[in-house]
Design a binder for this molecule. Sequence first.
Ligand SMILES: NC(=O)c1ccc[n+]([C@@H]2O[C@H](COP(=O)([O-])OP(=O)(O)OC[C@H]3O[C@@H](n4cnc5c(N)ncnc54)[C@H](OP(=O)(O)O)[C@@H]3O)[C@@H](O)[C@H]2O)c1
Length: 416
Amino acid sequence: MLSSARVLSSAKSTVSSHRFQVLKSNQPLGSPDFAAALPQRKHRSVRVGASLSRNTDPVRWTQSTLAGLLAAGLLSAGSLRPLSASAAVSMAAAVDPKSVPTTKLNSGFDIPVIGWGTFGANDDLGTKATHTALAAGYRFIDTGVTYGNEGAIGKALKEELSSGKIKREDLFICSKLWSDQHSESGAYNAVKGSLKALNVDYIDLYLIHWPVTDKTGDKFTPPTEETWKGLERAVDEGLVKSIGLSNYSPEKIEPWIKDARIKPAVNQVEVHAHFRNARVREFAKANNIHVTAYSPLSSPANVKDMGMDMPNLMEDKTVLELAKKYNKSPTQVLLRWGIQNGNSVIPKSASAEHQQANINIFDFELSAEDQQKLSSFSYQAKCITGEGFGYSEKGPWHTYEELWNEPEPAQQPRPS
Ligand SMILES: NC(=O)c1ccc[n+]([C@@H]2O[C@H](COP(=O)([O-])OP(=O)(O)OC[C@H]3O[C@@H](n4cnc5c(N)ncnc54)[C@H](OP(=O)(O)O)[C@@H]3O)[C@@H](O)[C@H]2O)c1
């Protein structure tokens, strides 16, 4: 069963994406039956996030949406259930930010090995969750122009920095330009916009979010080299400390990296035990590029909301066994696996309890054997394929393979 917050967010994103008529009134929100009632999509797209970010007050929006669903008879009151005891997450202690290990980037700056992922934490919720993330001990915050929450995060940062509770130099802020901001001037202006929204005078890491622009056709234009020059200028002017990429395959980096004046410090890509992304990680290692693992818990809420048929890593038998063995939660085991791979991880949570639990991973270590167990799951598939916004019939990338430069994994049986 789901927490009430989770029920609310599930209802909200589902309704915004699929409209009312697809809902069945007799299914508990978020239950497998509820998911089955949604139109089946092979892959999810960013539409959920985009619709979330446009809603101004998530709590009021959700309350009125649920009231509307109840009034229209599309949802039964009994389908809203409180959090069950077994689903409750116990409060862990806050972590001393200084005890969080860091990794040296090729730019010379240090990146904490765990950051707070912010996708979907917007408006007042985003501001509140920024405060709770900082209180839990996170100093690395991952956002992006398209998340629509730089302003909400910036509001909290202003409050924290002006109160003197946190110093700017202790934070590691990462943001990303969106696909309509490519080109030299586009990238430079994107940085300026993010600085203003985030209320800071420099950003620690700025990424090109996708190897995708708003230009369609057969050619990828403007090429990454041009956009990169805008980011290099931002570094020269002290607006950004490190620059990097996200969702770039080796084939989309190789053609220009050797001539780049500043090398990409990071490639932020999907990595979790159900998608190890080994080829991209090996290329990164060989080129001294750090990998930040996004969706490190395999994005269970978004997968469910979009009706995708993918297993939830947090419910995997092996993960549950290891959680028991180490007296940790499944989430903590999965995040520990991520950092023991040498990656930084950016789990998203808007809940203070989950945020605290997720950062409490520095008091145990998975043995080499257990790390290997989690590295050998045969089920491998991306949660974020880019279908619709990364590749589509409009081009320049028409297929999964053209976007990622590797074949789409075949449909696989779910792990037992
Ligand atoms: N560069 C890119 O293209 C890209 C793409 C995707 C994601 N990202 C970044 O990576 C971040 C994380 O990825 P994600 O949001 O896709 O998925 P994720 O971190 O794999 O999973 C987040 C989900 O797990 C739940 N969760 C978190 N901690 C939990 C806990 N302790 N117990 C139970 N449930 C827990 C969250 O719910 P609650 O909120 O209720 O805790 C949320 O529904 C994003 O927020 C974003 O910053 C980047």
